[in-house]
Write a protein that binds this ligand. Structure first.
Ligand SMILES: Cc1cc2nc3c(=O)[nH]c(=O)nc-3n(C[C@H](O)[C@H](O)[C@H](O)COP(=O)(O)OP(=O)(O)OC[C@H]3O[C@@H](n4cnc5c(N)ncnc54)[C@H](O)[C@@H]3O)c2cc1C
Length: 483
């Protein structure tokens, strides 16, 4: 087998690639399977294997990293222009960190990889026969030889999608800034509100879902209301703000051992969070939330209760589980399509013991690395069919200042030491030194001064604020007319 021309030096491969991707995309290009590409001989110019990666999250970025130096031409498609460190989204939502500390432009990440082209656009369709990917509002498909679907997950409202406008979830940077805006706006509106009932409902915050995101966000909101804000408001006592965490199951953090769940519940209660267990949400409106037999009047509700995969299975017509995850084979390829892989939160990967690989960042990263290496081996003609094996890196969740829980295999840890380890691990996993330093300094500032540095309300919020004031005036006029 002559794979000699494919084993370019990095520089030559780069030259071959530069300028070719967009041109090929517009004209379409001849497709080739692994062996056709590998058999290019010395007299013909090498035709690089085209890898298209949908989604530059943890899985997608690691797949591209694992293909470094391989004779491939990579196109990364993402609907956003940034790679987001989702585990810290709640810190943006709760004003502890600015958005650019946890997100990086995708094209900057791959700036030194000329063989990688980044296109911003929302994928909406895949033509498996022509091997082309389509983006919304773009007539030009992107051709591939190998496709990696790494488009992650989104919120699930269990068939009640109309709840979303009252109870935004936390999956993207935009969600985090929406949550931050609503949170800050609630305090601003309460400060100007004269009706005590309405003020009370503005100062009541409900979080739905007792997993790590719900626990972390509830803890942060309580800390902000009870410690950071009190001295800044004149007409309201932010210490009286109610933060309610609602969970349908019998305990918080169900993926952790029971004693750590209990610890998390008590730690939240110490922060002033009300924890409602075994209360399934049955309705959400602009003014209240119904959970079990309770109706809670509140204006600000956040959702962290359900997850479903991106619609990638629909694009390729693949088998999916209940939550839309593509059922993949042991090598993460999609049954019937050896050149399509699904990884991370959009894939259902089963382990030898019958359990499912969890939808967490280390799993997505490991899958990305595995698939990148596999594609490289296939091109080299030395695919060893070794199945993907997930290495458990443990789980962490923080509850508030100096309180966190860690589970690593049989080891359990809670309290201040767990909190420091949680902080160090998260700083370590950020993508570059600037972000690590910035997050470290921001946390130090928040920790020592009890402050939150990212509390600027944007123009959108000003409009939302005015609309809300108009609403309340309309209501007042309406009441006066009645009298
Ligand atoms: C709030 C929150 C907190 C979390 N905390 C933790 C934690 O503490 N520890 C942990 O291990 N895990 C945590 N996770 C889970 C972890 O972040 C995910 O498991 C991981 O991000 C999955 O990686 P992925 O590559 O599959 O998808 P993602 O990282 O979600 O990336 C998917 C990418 O695909 C893009 N995309 C989606 N649809 C399209 C489309 N149609 N067209 C183009 N692009 C598209 C998105 O813009 C995104 O860039 C958390 C998740 C959330 C939401």
């Amino acid at each position: 087998m002559t794979r000699n021309l494919l084993v370019y030096s990095g520089a030559r491969a780069s030259l071959a690639v530069k300028g070719s991707s967009i041109a090929n995309r517009r004209k379409g290009s001849m497709l080739a399977n692994y062996s056709q590409v590998a058999q290019t001989n010395r007299t013909e110019p090498a035709r690089l294997h085209k890898v298209v990666v949908v989604g530059a999250g943890f899985g997608g970025v690691m797949a591209v990293n694992a293909l470094k130096g391989a004779p491939v031409e990579i196109t990364v498609l993402d609907r956003s222009n940034s790679h987001v460190f989702q585990p810290l989204l709640y810190q943006v939502g709760s004003c502890a960190l600015p958005a650019n500390d946890i997100a990086w432009p995708i094209r900057q990440i791959f700036a030194k990889r000329p063989e990688v082209t980044t296109l911003m656009g929302e994928v909406c369709k895949v033509d498996r026969h022509k091997q082309e990917v389509f983006m919304k509002d773009d007539p030009y498909p992107v051709p591939y030889d190998t496709l990696i679907l790494a488009s992650g997950a989104r919120d699930s409202y269990f068939g009640n999608d109309h709840w979303e406008k009252y109870a935004p979830g936390l999956k993207t940077l935009q969600d985090a800034t929406t949550i931050r805006r609503r949170l800050l706006l609630a305090f601003e509106l309460a400060e100007r509100e004269e009706d005590p009932e309405r003020r009370k409902s503005l100062l009541t915050f409900a979080m739905v879902g007792g997993g790590p995101t719900g626990v972390e966000l509830a803890g942060q909101i309580a800390q902000m209301a009870h410690s950071t804000l009190p001295k800044e408001f004149r007409n309201i006592d932010t210490k009286k703000a109610r933060v309610v965490l609602i969970e349908a199951g019998p305990r918080l953090l169900s993926a952790f051992p029971e004693d750590l769940s209990m610890y998390a519940k008590h730690a939240l209660e110490d922060l002033g969070v009300e924890v409602w267990l075994e209360k399934a949400v049955s309705d959400i409106t602009a003014d209240n939330i119904q959970a079990g037999d309770q109706v809670l009047d509140c204006k600000t509700i956040f959702w962290a209760a359900g997850v479903q995969a991106s619609p990638a299975h629909e694009w390729i017509g693949a088998k999916a589980n209940r939550t839309g995850c593509i059922k993949v084979k042991k090598d993460l390829s999609v049954a019937g399509y050896e050149n399509i892989f699904a990884i991370g939160d959009t894939a259902e990967v089963m382990q030898a013991d019958g359990s499912r690989v969890p939808g967490i960042a280390p799993a997505a990263k490991q899958m990305g690395t595995y698939v990148g290496r596999k594609i490289r081996k296939r091109i080299d003609g030395r695919d060893d069919e070794k199945p993907f094996r997930y290495v458990d890196m443990g789980s962490l969740a923080t509850i508030g200042k100096r309180k966190a829980v860690i589970r690593y295999k049989a080891l359990e840890m809670k309290g201040a030491l767990a909190w420091w380890l949680w902080g160090i691990a998260h700083i370590y996993f950020l993508i570059n030194i600037r972000s690590r330093m910035s997050v470290g300094l921001n946390w130090l500032y928040n920790f020592t001064r009890n402050m939150r540095g990212s509390r600027i309300i944007t123009q959108d919020a000003v409009e939302e604020y005015s609309a809300s004031r108009r609403d309340s005036r309309v209501r007042e006029e309406h009441c006066m007319k009645k009298e």
